[in-house]
Design a protein around this ligand. Structure first.
Ligand code: TMP
Length: 207
């Protein structure tokens, strides 16, 4: 069975860069690695992308259900689902997972309800390890503004401030293996720290 690793953080925290960097290190080390993300590229993911871009309007509760649907399909689909990949021995690196639902939808749609929708679902697997890439809302906004022209619905400084606070609550509340990484440092230092924590977490596992 492979390992299931999730990367979380507010928008602009550098997740994709760090996922690519860890994937390279693990591949060089002989591990089979698969990179995936939520929202996914399936039908549910497309509906979510339109809502995140503000093309369609969805309430926080609708978003919570749509993200949960997308996540269940992400786990169980027989083509490239997380369960299938893990059973084939892949280390799966996933950009966002249920921690995002608890932080982003939990703050508006009712934290306990969003938690039960996800943690209470037998088809939503608990990750082996989660990295929370922590950056201040100010740095998040600077990175978002320098990276692209259009913004998604959550990409505002006051929203990111609340979301970061809810992420801290999630980390305290869940009994998951979550490592907080200061992602304001330079890319190489962050990458080295992540690899060090990865090795620590799986030191007794035969790779
Ligand atoms: P990203 O592709 O830049 O990570 O953006 C995905 C957006 O979707 C981001 O604003 C966070 C949001 N999101 C939720 O609100 N809930 C979720 O469960 C997930 C997976 C993402």
């Amino acid at each position: 069975m492979g390992k299931f690793i999730v990367f979380e953080g507010t928008d602009g925290s550098g997740k994709s860069t760090q996922i690519a960097s860890l994937a390279k290190k693990l591949t060089d080390n002989g591990e089979k690695v698969y990179i995936t993300a939520e929202p996914t590229v399936s039908l549910s993911g497309g509906i979510l992308r339109d809502a995140l871009a503000g093309i369609t309007q969805k309430s926080p509760s609708e978003l919570a259900v749509l993200f949960a649907w997308d996540r269940i399909n992400h786990n169980v689909n027989k083509y490239d689902g997380i369960e299938k990949l893990l059973s084939e021995g892949y280390t799966v690196l996933c950009d966002r997972y249920y921690y995002s639902s608890l932080a982003y939808q939990g703050k508006d749609a009712g934290y306990e309800w969003v938690k039960s929708l996800n943690i209470g679902c037998k088809d939503i697997r608990k990750p082996d390890l989660c990295f929370f890439l922590d950056v201040s809302p100010k740095v998040s906004m600077e990175r978002i503004n320098s990276g692209r022209q259009t913004k998604e619905i959550y990409e505002k400084e006051d929203q990111l401030t609340q979301i970061r606070q809810t992420f801290y609550k999630v980390i305290d509340d869940l009994n998951d293996n979550i490592v907080i990484i200061n992602a304001e440092e330079d890319m190489i230092s962050v990458s080295n720290k992540i690899y060090e924590e990865y090795q620590k977490a799986f030191k007794n596992t035969v790779l």
